[in-house]
Design a protein around this ligand. Structure first.
Ligand SMILES: NC(=O)c1ccc[n+]([C@@H]2O[C@H](COP(=O)([O-])OP(=O)(O)OC[C@H]3O[C@@H](n4cnc5c(N)ncnc54)[C@H](O)[C@@H]3O)[C@@H](O)[C@H]2O)c1
Ligand SMILES: [Fe+2]
Length: 383
């Protein structure tokens, strides 16, 4: 078996890892840094903290705090315009997936021109962009280590993905202290997004022995710590486990891809504005139930990694314990369990199922083939 494995230039992990930012800024000889974040992250005091570190490294900082959650194409355009007016030579993306993805877009659009929509698909960005560093403040998307960025196309009411090797940052700094202020609902949704990355990439046709290592460890860490991180956000050990779980899931996703959960979640985000983590978390058990037959042994492995007692069980019995474990975790951390809870009605199913079938990049990487009829059935079960 031949397989590539990609990572950012350097990764720093652990509490206090953010101290390495200054050295990275100096190494890159950055003079004027465009710091991309959002108001929630700024409100938690994290923008000031990072600003001080960049200033101490001898560079100027220009802030852009107008990133919206689940960023739109228009939001990216505003960020690119502001970047160009500011005359910066380096980008630091600080926040959850939204500011990190906007940072990636600004980097490549500033150099290649056009709109981010011109690059939707795989490998369509011609040249590397402005150099950048990513610093996550949620334990969820893994965007700091992936070649992906996701944007909301308001016209088509769909989330769209750009995949390019130029989205790998110079450095990813994963410091769990920066996640301590994330409120319980965001901790729950983002944590379930990370679990979805681990489960989908572990069971994907593109999974490799190397991604399996990361995916299984991510599942263990998240299953062990998500409840605690949601219930008692000040638990630094739970936060550290979640940060590692999220980045390990991201590394697995970056190299093995995700599948039908994300494909079904895209129109749910685009048409109903359901946050990415919530959409994935809600759909995950229904898609797992559909997928188990596609890779029974791997689903049995997930059950074990989630702490289920699989001794004496057949692989099939163990596989269904994975489903039970995910359902219980999702319920315990307060995720909505039904589409009707997020405003979906029966008459919406056809549109959702049809839109899902356009997400061919992800459906092609699912352990079981998904037809339009299957998509309808999964949405109907989840209603
Ligand atoms: N690029 C990828 O590989 C990838 C993977 C999965 C998801 N995504 C995308 O990422 C986006 C979602 O990212 P997200 O789930 O991290 O949420 P987010 O970035 O939209 O943040 C959600 C909210 O949490 C707040 N927040 C973040 N960190 C905080 C902290 N430490 N303290 C207090 N508040 C905090 C933000 O201000 C915001 O209001 C979606 O657009 C999704 O499609 C990208
Ligand atoms: Fe995701």
């Amino acid at each position: 078996m031949v397989f590539p494995f990609r990572l950012p230039g350097v990764n720093y992990y652990g509490r206090g890892a953010v101290q390495y930012l200054a050295g990275e800024i100096q190494k890159e000889r950055a003079k004027r840094v465009f710091l991309i974040s959002d108001k929630g992250v700024a409100g938690a005091g994290l923008v000031d903290k990072i600003k001080n570190l960049i200033t101490e490294a001898g560079a100027e900082v220009i802030e852009f705090l107008d990133v919206e959650a689940e960023p739109s194409v228009e939001n990216v355009e505003l960020a690119v315009k502001t970047f160009q007016e500011a005359g910066c030579d380096f980008i630091v993306g600080l926040g959850g997936g939204s500011p990190m993805d906007v940072s990636k877009a600004v980097s490549v659009v500033a150099v290649n021109g056009g709109s981010i929509l011109d690059y939707v698909g795989i490998g369509l960005v011609p040249k590397p962009g402005v150099p950048f560093i990513l610093i996550p403040t949620t334990s969820g998307t893994g965007s700091e280590v992936t070649q992906n960025a996701i944007f909301t196309d308001k016209q088509e009411q769909l989330k769209k993905g750009v995949v390019t090797e130029y989205f790998l940052p110079k450095a990813a700094i994963v410091d769990s202290d920066l996640t301590m202020s994330a409120p319980p609902k965001i901790t729950a949704a983002t944590g379930m997004d990370a679990l979805t990355h681990a489960i989908e990439s572990y069971t994907a046709p593109k999974a490799t022995p190397q991604t399996d290592l990361y995916a299984l460890e991510a599942i263990r860490l998240i299953a062990k710590s998500l409840r605690r991180a949601v219930a008692y956000g000040a638990d630094s050990e739970a936060r550290e486990n979640m940060a590692l779980g999220s980045v390990f899931a991201g590394i697995s996703l970056a190299n093995a891809g995700v599948g039908a959960v994300h494909a079904l979640a895209y129109p749910l985000g685009g048409q109903f504005g359901v946050p990415h983590g919530v959409a994935n978390a809600l759909l995950l058990p229904y898609v797992m139930e559909f997928n188990i037959v596609g890779h029974v042994a791997k689903f049995a492995g997930i059950a074990e990694a989630m702490g289920e007692n699989v001794a004496g069980k057949s692989k099939r019995e163990a596989a269904f314990l994975a489903l039970k474990a995910v359902r219980e975790l999702s319920q315990d951390v307060g995720i909505p369990q039904k589409l009707s809870e997020v405003g979906v009605t029966e008459s919406d199913i056809e549109g959702l199922a049809t839109a899902t079938m356009n997400v061919t990049r992800l459906l092609g990487n699912n352990p079981r083939k998904v037809t339009l009829e299957d998509a309808r059935n999964i949405f109907t079960k989840a209603l």
